[in-house]
Design a protein around this ligand. Structure first.
Ligand code: GLA
Length: 729
């Protein structure tokens, strides 16, 4: 049993292989207190940590100072308005305008096998893999109930959290904030690690000291965003890849979010995560329920590296559903950077013909194949094939590509509408906009109001009809602008605050429908590069386009930040042409291949035009992908050196679960004079095993390779990469 309730002590103990999480019920008010999260404990008698005996303000003893208790006690799910002045997790407004609520324990239920959340992405696990604890709490005054939900994944050291709020009262209530998780802890001189970015510069790692006050990472863009990421890890000061304690939260959600850490007057730390309250209200009629999205929590006692590997295992095993998750993805060639909007059937077939001879396995036709889409100013919404470009129609093109032995994939942006489109001319009211106010454009487009069923059905059918018309085996689902001007014609005034969340639910519904109707489809999500790279999307697509920046050197940082949480199998990565279209940098074709190898691998260039020596390298690169992809997709990831930190070189490795094989990638970004070789200590090997480095005769023990390391010869020039492949002797 990984969840136990100790009746006498009134303590819940949640155990995974290496971690323990404990909750206690206290006082006559039956508050739920957070007791412990950390390394696995066998002893459950940890109630003393709740500081009840030393707290002079426990309400049953000293109701005179109730506020002092509420403002200092480590709460499991803090509420707003009654005296806990730290960040709360839930706030409400009743019909008569009152705020404030207090949640007390009522009952609990322990079951085996992970429960899913209707309409929302959520982790899954069998009875053997996951136990679930549901604690029912109630606010006696309003009748509002909250079920605190915990998934305990014994095998991968993960605890998931969420909350379902139910209106058991006599009249409607407005939820003005519902976060999904809270962690109250004593300060341990934490540093908050988060990911920030911008278009073409997503998921850069940042670490700042936690100090008094609040520090938050958030999006109110309607998507998880380029700029911030629904993730935060608190690591003990100076913690490294291998050392220090780490407490991390990651949100399985693709819309507005907030994650915040706060250090209070007593040096206690509160970390919360959930849907961003700005612009959010949810009307809960009597008898209705609201399910908040899931948070994945990881504790690592062995630094950030262990945290990353735990998230990777969890997502590969318990979140990604596609049949492709454990399979090699076809090596694709995408025509975006090759042609942009300038293509026709002939051009695409020429690319496919050349590509197929080089071993590339799928052609993906990107933006520009529909309506009058000759540039990015028009035609979104007009999802019918432009037969001036695609002479003979889509099916002809797909068949021709298939005849070359290649699969065919296609790009859509189903959530959008261009003002210059037939769709907008006939349905101007389908765009999200505030009545009476001209909505702001972004990339010259508006967002469709997918919360309306007829709009959602139209958008879905457009995609499905095209997929039914030919043998299309891959879809890149793009979303190229953030939401603004939140207004919907269908939502009544008192539900307008639901639009952001309803929009995300609508996207989930459409993607669910798509994968149900086309179960063998390989779906890749995308949002102007990586603005919707989040665990919510991973539930529908096994891979997500990482960034519009395909420069190998920029990608080192983007992929490092992404791999901090996501398995390499989820990261869309391609070899593109030089000078790079985003930064103008020229890097060796070989290095571009090595960097893309740490993701799904593919090409984004005009293979008929690139230099012959680069083209000649493609068959070798494709062979390299086939040789290493099983290892890259399924192995354990180790971050050895970060170019973002040291400014000279990058090094990371993937080690097979049985530790019989490993692949390390080294990229020298900046050369240094008079420095002949660099010592690299490998990680993740079995110390007692003996390994041979491919291409060498010598063998080495894992102990030597990890403790003493290897010397990597300093290559001549910048941006030079190399692979170090180790196999057990
Ligand atoms: C986004 C994507 C690109 C490409 C373009 C097409 O920016 O990230 O890969 O598909 O849209 O407009």
């Amino acid at each position: 049993m990984s969840i136990t309730f100790h009746e006498k002590e009134q303590i819940f103990k949640l155990d995974t292989k290496n971690t323990t999480y404990a909750i206690g019920i206290v006082d006559e008010d039956k508050f739920l207190g957070h007791i412990y999260y950390g390394a696995r404990l066998d002893d459950y008698r940890i109630g003393y940590l709740m500081r009840i005996s030393e707290n002079p303000f426990v309400p049953s003893e000293n109701n005179r100072d109730r506020v002092s208790f509420l403002d200092s006690f480590a709460m499991e799910y803090p509420t707003h308005g009654l005296g806990d002045y730290r960040e709360s997790c839930i706030s409400i407004r009743t019909l008569n305008g009152n705020m404030g609520l207090s949640l007390s324990y009522v009952s609990h239920k322990i079951t085996e096998g992970k429960t899913s959340f209707e309409g929302l992405p959520s982790s899954f696990g069998s009875r053997e893999e996951c136990s679930v604890l549901e604690i029912l709490c109630e606010d006696k005054v309003t009748g509002l109930q909250a079920v605190l939900q915990y998934g305990v994944f014994d095998d991968v050291d993960v605890i998931t959290r969420s909350v379902k709020v139910m209106n058991n009262g006599q009249e409607a209530v407005y939820l003005t904030k519902v976060y999904s998780a809270c962690l109250d802890m004593d300060n341990q001189d934490f540093e908050a690690v988060s990911l920030h970015g911008s278009w073409a510069r997503e998921r850069q790692i940042q670490s700042v000291p936690v100090s008094h006050g609040k520090y938050s990472v958030e999006s109110i863009r309607g998507e998880s965003s380029h700029q911030d990421h629904p993730f935060m890890a608190l690591k003990t000061k100076n913690g490294t890849q291998e050392t220090g304690e780490v407490y991390a939260m990651h949100f399985v959600y693709s819309g507005n979010f907030k994650v915040q850490v706060q250090s209070d007057q007593f040096d206690q730390v509160r970390m919360v995560m959930g849907i961003h309250p700005e612009g959010f209200t949810w009307k809960l009629e009597k008898g209705e329920a609201f399910q908040a999205p899931e948070v994945v929590m990881v504790y690592s006692g062995e630094g950030l590296g262990k945290m990353s590997r735990t998230f990777h295992d969890f997502y590969r095993k318990h979140l990604i559903r596609s049949e492709y998750k454990d399979k090699k993805r076809p090596v694709l060639i995408n025509n975006w950077e090759a042609t942009y909007f300038e293509f026709d059937t002939e051009k695409l077939i020429a690319i496919a013909r050349e590509a197929s001879q080089l071993g590339i396995e799928m052609l993906v036709m990107d933006d520009g194949w529909f309506g009058s889409r000759c540039d990015d100013n028009r035609a979104l919404g007009d999802w019918y094939v432009n037969e001036d470009k695609l002479k003979g129609g889509l099916k002809y093109l797909v068949d021709e590509v298939n005849k070359l032995g290649m699969k065919f994939g296609i790009w859509f942006e189903p959530e959008m509408i261009s003002p210059d489109s037939d769709l907008y001319r006939s349905h101007p009211d389908w765009a999200i906009a505030i009545p009476g106010r001209k909505a702001s454009l972004c990339r010259n487009q508006y967002v469709l109001d997918l919360t309306r069923k007829e709009v959602r059905d139209y958008a879905y059918e457009c995609v499905a009809k095209i997929l039914r018309s030919a043998n299309i085996e891959y879809v890149k689902w793009d979303m190229n602008r953030q939401l603004s001007d939140l207004g919907s014609l269908e939502l009544p005034a008192d539900r307008m605050g639901e639009l952001y969340h309803r929009y995300v639910l609508a996207v989930y519904e459409m993607q669910e429908r798509l994968i149900q109707e086309f179960p063998h489809l390989l779906l890749e999500n995308c949002s102007g590069g990586g603005a919707r790279f989040d665990p919510g999307m991973l539930y529908y697509s096994p891979q997500i386009w990482c960034s519009d920046d395909t420069d190998a050197i920029e990608r080192l940082k983007i992929q490092e930040g992404t791999a901090l949480i996501y398995p390499l199998s989820a990261m869309g990565a391609h070899v593109s042409d030089c000078p790079n279209h985003t930064v103008g940098r020229v890097t060796p074709f070989e290095t571009r291949g090595y960097v893309a190898l740490a993701g799904t691998f593919g090409y984004e260039l005009d293979v008929t035009k690139i230099p012959e020596e680069d083209r000649n390298m493609i068959p070798e690169q494709v062979a390299m992908y086939h040789k290493y992809n099983d290892l890259v997709r399924e192995g354990d990831y180790y971050r050895i050196a970060s170019y973002a930190e040291n400014h000279y070189f990058d090094c990371y490795g993937v080690v097979s679960k049985d530790k019989k094989e490993a692949l390390y990638t080294f990229v020298q970004v900046l050369n240094r004079p008079n420095c002949h070789s660099r010592r690299i200590k490998l990680q993740g090997l079995a110390p007692e095993k003996t390994y041979r480095i491919e291409g060498e005769d010598n063998t080495y023990t894992g102990e030597l390779l990890m403790k003493a390391g290897i010397n990597i010869q300093n290559p001549w020039g910048d941006f030079k990469g190399q692979l170090i492949h180790l196999v057990e002797e």
